[in-house]
Design a protein around this ligand. Structure first.
Ligand code: SF4
Length: 328
């Protein structure tokens, strides 16, 4: 078996050759602009590539530059992020964009150390942006890289960042980092690694035998909402600006089976919605918009829905009810 530590050049060569042939063609891989790489890296945190693609394209169209993002209203930024979840990410990006404009003359810091000074940019994101946009020899470690290294070395490294840094190809840090993450995402997958297709199998001490921590147990809960609309308006509520989750975003009024209201409701739809480690069963009770319901929220013009920062579950319900186009 070849040794990863003794032959790092061979490891890099095999990995990079495989990445050139098999790496997925993703929109953020066609650019070296730090702004676009930043947007993609923040969106990809805790979110799958397939779910990010449309959001990324729409976000870049709405805010093509850091200047445009900094100048936008926070509600517009959240509206573009609506449905992607973890809204703190969008708020931090907005704040960081304003700082870049105010304190860096609109230019991104050019080093990972400088990038880490910005809100919402930690060690991983700083290394990803600096290596891809500026070819800084800074290794990245995300969940994929961590799993690949643990399996290659048959051990949890005491300092995984240092191990990744030793392996990094200093001449091609952008490709190397992306190749390691791609290997973890598409070949060295959590449940069933495809060792037969792995370009670095000859360096691997475990070939898939290394145990990977079981995913955290998921909780279950249910949510009930009222969807009351007429031809022009929909009843909605805005979450408190100080709420710990999804502050300031818009959602449907919560529905409680309250017999005193005597709503002749019909159960319009049920669907599943997952937030962090909880799977929700969502029940939406649809009713014609009557005057007596108005105490439960505010009337929102249907034409303005697409511009509102909607919670993910509200967006899903309203889209399914046909009040919002899936493209909006
Ligand atoms: Fe992962 Fe298998 Fe490749 Fe080892 S040989 S790195 S376990 S895919």
């Amino acid at each position: 078996m070849a040794s990863l530590i003794q032959e790092p050049e061979r490891f890099r060569r095999n990995l990079l050759r495989w990445y050139a042939a098999h790496g997925r063609d993703l929109p953020w891989r066609r650019t070296r602009l730090p702004y676009r790489i930043w947007v993609s890296e923040i969106m990809l945190q805790q979110t799958r590539v397939a779910a990010v693609l449309d959001y990324y394209r729409r976000f870049i169209r709405a805010f093509p530059t850091v200047k445009a993002l900094a100048a936008a209203e926070e509600s517009s930024v959240l509206a573009q992020w609506s449905g992607l979840g973890y809204y703190r990410r969008a708020r931090m990006m907005h704040r960081a964009a304003q700082l870049i404009m105010a304190e860096h003359k609109g230019r991104f810091p050019r080093t990972s150390a400088g990038l880490r000074e910005l809100p919402g940019i930690g060690r991983y994101t700083a290394a990803a942006i600096a290596s891809i946009a500026y070819s800084e020899a800074a290794a990245v470690v995300d969940g994929n890289v961590q799993r690949v290294l643990s399996r290659l070395l048959a051990a949890e490294s005491p300092d995984i960042w240092q191990t990744a840094q030793q392996l990094l190809d200093p001449a091609r840090p952008a490709d190397f980092n992306q190749a390691m993450m791609e290997l973890g995402a598409t070949v060295c997958t959590p449940k069933a690694p495809k060792c037969g297709e792995c370009p670095v199998v000859r360096f691997c001490l475990t070939r898939g035998e290394h145990p990977v921590a079981a995913p955290a147990k998921r909780n279950r809960a249910s949510l009930d909402y009222l969807l009351a609309s007429n031809a022009t308006s929909l009843l909605m509520v805005q979450r408190d600006a100080s709420a710990s989750l999804m502050a300031g975003m818009w959602e449907l009024p919560a529905w409680q089976a309250d017999t005193t209201i005597q709503v002749m409701h019909i159960q319009a739809m049920r669907f599943k919605h997952s937030i962090t480690n909880t799977d929700y069963q969502v029940n939406v009770y649809r009713a014609p918009l009557e005057r007596r319901y108005r105490k439960f929220g505010k009337l929102v013009d249907l034409r303005q829905l697409a511009q509102l920062p909607l919670t993910g579950v509200a967006r899903k319900a309203i889209t399914r009810a046909g009040l919002l186009s899936a493209r909006d």
